[in-house]
Design a protein around this ligand. Structure first.
Ligand SMILES: NC(=O)c1ccc[n+]([C@@H]2O[C@H](COP(=O)([O-])OP(=O)(O)OC[C@H]3O[C@@H](n4cnc5c(N)ncnc54)[C@H](O)[C@@H]3O)[C@@H](O)[C@H]2O)c1
Ligand SMILES: O=C(O)C1=N[C@H](C(=O)O)CCC1
Length: 254
């Protein structure tokens, strides 16, 4: 059994995870943390991590789907209590990402901008493609599309894909988010990253390799938020009892 604290429990992802956890005999949500303290799924909800600690809640893992500015207080709670934490919130700035890395010295932290199996496989595929195709002069562009409620842009997944491509290449490719200010041809060592927002689009990522007279496109489409929730619950089960350190979905998927 993995006992979970759900951070951001009254958000869209918090509700999906609460629904899936209720049907999974191997996990139990023992508490939620959210400024909206509505107890919609039978477990108690505390407004802050400190309130949760003061209530004496015992848990094996925290799952976080909240907002970037809430993540530092959660990481302080995880470091203090030594409870492992699955950080799924996107839009973190460099200082917040550094805090994630620092917290992993005190407890187990799994940090991933996308918990789905498909995107984590896509990352492996685009690394391979980039290694071959940039050598042949192909340009790389990433287009991501999400619902109109999303607050961060570009998506954490688009940045994760771009960072992974850079890790696979011998030279650094800069990121271009907006070409409207420049009157110049596209540099070769550049990854264009473009965000579309509208309606209820769950999440789409197209990685376009455009060369002379040919295009290779590798795409992932999320058809429901359940894919992220399933990945997060699997990550929580994986992290239960793990030593301090920084983990990613590659460790879970194997
Ligand atoms: N890694 C992934 O696979 C993945 C998948 C989906 C969404 N996300 C990310 O997860 C985050 C949440 O997504 P969502 O669609 O559920 O958003 P949402 O806006 O529906 O929910 C966010 C929740 O966080 C709560 N919150 C606000 N301040 C808080 C605080 N200080 N402490 C605790 N909770 C607080 C809000 O009240 C709300 O209930 C976003 O950053 C999103 O990009 C990641
Ligand atoms: O719905 C969201 O918000 C999502 N956020 C993540 C991102 O920013 O990449 C993952 C996909 C869904």
């Amino acid at each position: 059994m993995t006992n979970i604290i759900m951070h951001g429990c009254n958000g869209k992802m918090g509700h999906v995870i609460s629904r899936l956890a209720a049907a999974d005999p191997d996990v139990r949500i023992v508490a939620g943390i959210d400024p909206n303290t509505t107890a919609a799924f039978g477990y108690p909800v505390y407004p802050t991590p400190q309130d949760c600690a003061q209530a004496g809640v015992q848990a094996d893992v925290v799952i976080d789907f909240s907002i970037a500015k809430a993540v530092p207080a959660l990481l302080a709670f995880a470091a203090q209590t030594r409870i492992p934490v699955v950080v799924c919130t996107t839009g973190l700035d460099q200082a917040q990402i550094q805090l994630v890395q620092d917290t992993a010295k005190d407890t187990a932290v799994l940090f991933s901008a996308n918990m789905s199996l498909g995107v984590n496989l896509l990352v492996n595929l685009v690394q391979k493609a980039a290694g071959v195709l940039t050598g042949a002069g192909f340009d790389i562009e990433i287009v991501e599309k999400h619902h109109n409620q999303k607050v961060d842009a570009p998506s954490g997944t688009a940045l994760y894909i771009a960072d992974s491509i850079n890790q696979a290449l011998p030279e650094h490719y800069a990121y271009a988010y907006d070409r409207s200010k420049e009157r110049a041809k596209r540099p070769v060592k550049e990854i264009g990253i473009h965000a579309v927002r509208g309606g209820t689009i769950v999440g789409e990522h197209d990685v376009i390799f455009a060369g002379q007279d040919e295009i290779l496109q590798i795409s992932h489409t999320a058809l429901s938020k359940d894919i992220f929730a399933v990945g997060a619950v699997n990550a929580a089960k994986f992290l239960n009892g793990k030593a301090a350190g920084l983990y990613n979905m590659g460790h879970v998927i194997g």
